[in-house]
Design a protein around this ligand. Structure first.
Ligand SMILES: *Cc1c(COP(=O)(O)O)cnc(C)c1O
Length: 426
């Protein structure tokens, strides 16, 4: 077989009848670490970051990796070394960034439910910005900061009420979503913030959703944000930075999101046109930096052909890869060692006791027991959402760097799972 790449997956290729991630033979990684196994390409992550960096060449921008997409320490470390800041959504996220060598002043803290304890710790660590999501949160943050003798750097997350045209569970910038402060309440909230002793206004932000594949929702949100910046600054409150969130989609199955560079060329043209070209900018990409850098390697445990459906039972499940069960998401599934056989239609399912435990419907495959399959585009929102359902240990993760591979997380043992628990006895 001649070497060939998979569409949308420049770091994956078949060579000599075998699937490689960069220079790593995936079957060899499976043999060394067992399955299910996540493998990530460092080059793919850096290439995705470079697309943003090119788009912003010559501008003042801070790219903050939205680490909830993939919070592995080895992944955070890679982005920290490449100059990224981080968008966090919990105190635990902050600890991960600091443990992986990220600097506090490049951390922005998003999320609708920050606790007082999380606020206190983030203030003491000296994070760059709190993205505040409600008027009630603003008052609590001011109180917590005042008690510490500090002022919290704050940006108000705007809900611009634009439709990102994505799955309802991952759209966040519509009026009916729980995120951000409604457009019409934004100016009053800034006026209130400006009078609070524990608050220092530094920016404005929005994040309208995830897996966005069109440019208009971004352009519309940008216009609404800039209208607000003009109104807020007219009241004498300077806005130092404008943060456009994340959300850019990736190609899971022939999706055609704009390239990060192209998208930002359009957005920057609009900023220039409206006189904001020199403003400090921030963005919070997650999925688009890591999603297509990762695969999940899984073994075919059993084949169960049937009258209505053929089931291909693999050793990865919804606890490892929750996106199909959670959002009916599509992930390509390909063999590590393709056979020259007529494919049939298979339901690819995991071992978990739930009918929702499927990885792919109606897939054309020619599997045999013991074969290895790769679930593609598994770098984002897979391991980060993994659970221990059915007492399954979470899978190991490997970072591939050219010809080198680093085990960045080993497989979780049942002992580790039971460690926090105790028998009642008696
Ligand atoms: C999840 C999230 C992001 C990243 O979204 P992606 O779709 O992964 O790019 C950015 N900002 C905030 C506030 C988020 O919640």
């Amino acid at each position: 077989m001649t070497p060939h790449n998979l569409p949308g997956q420049p770091h994956l290729a078949y060579r000599d009848g075998e699937l490689f991630l960069e220079s790593a033979r995936l079957s060899a990684l499976a043999q060394a670490h067992g399955t299910p196994l996540f493998a990530y390409s460092k080059a793919a992550m850096l290439a995705a970051l470079a697309a943003y960096q090119r788009g912003f060449a010559g501008r003042r921008v801070q790219i903050c990796y939205a680490m909830k997409a993939n919070p592995a320490l080895g992944v955070i470390e890679l982005f920290a070394r490449a100059g990224c800041g981080f968008d966090i959504v919990s105190g635990g996220d902050m600890d991960r960034v600091l443990a992986a060598g990220g600097t506090p002043d490049k951390i922005i803290f998003s999320g609708v439910g920050k606790t007082r304890a999380e606020m206190r710790r983030a203030l003491q660590a000296g994070i760059g910005c709190f993205n505040v999501e409600s008027e009630a949160e603003l008052d609590v943050l001011s109180e917590v900061a005042t008690a510490l003798g500090l002022r919290a750097p704050v940006s108000i997350r705007v809900n611009p009420n634009v439709d990102p045209k994505t799955h309802p569970y991952i759209s966040t910038g519509l009026k009916g979503n729980k995120f951000g402060i409604a457009h019409e309440r934004v100016l009053p909230t800034y006026l209130h913030a400006a009078g609070l002793s524990g608050i220092r206004v530094v920016g404005i932000d929005c994040h309208i959703g995830s897996q966005i594949t069109q440019t208009e929702p971004y352009l519309d949100a940008m216009d609404r944000m800039l209208d607000l910046v003009e109104a807020i600054e007219a009241e004498g409150i300077p806005i130092h930075h404008i943060d456009f969130g994340g959300g850019l989609g990736i190609d899971y199955n022939g999706d055609t999101p704009p390239d990060a560079g192209q998208l930002w060329a359009l957005l920057l043209a609009k900023l220039d046109e409206r006189g904001f070209g020199q403003r400090q900018l921030m963005i919070e990409p997650g999925r688009s930096l890591v999603g297509n850098a990762g695969v999940c390697v899984t073994e075919v445990l059993y084949l169960k052909p049937g009258e209505q459906k053929n089931f291909c039972i693999v050793d990865a499940a919804m606890n490892d890869l929750p996106r199909p069960a959670m959002y009916q998401a599509y992930h390509q599934i390909v063999p590590l060692q393709p056979r020259d056989e007529e494919p049939e239609v298979w339901e690819v399912v995991g071992p978990i006791c739930e009918s929702g435990d499927w990885l792919g419907h109606d897939r054309n495959l020619a599997p045999r027991q013991g074969d290895l399959l790769a679930v593609l585009s598994a770098g984002a929102y897979c391991m980060s959402m993994a659970s221990n359902y059915n007492s399954r240990g979470r899978a190991p993760e490997v970072l591939v760097d050219g010809g080198q591979t680093h085990l960045i997380r080993r497989r979780e043992t049942i002992g580790e799972q039971m460690q926090q628990e105790q028998l009642v006895g008696g």
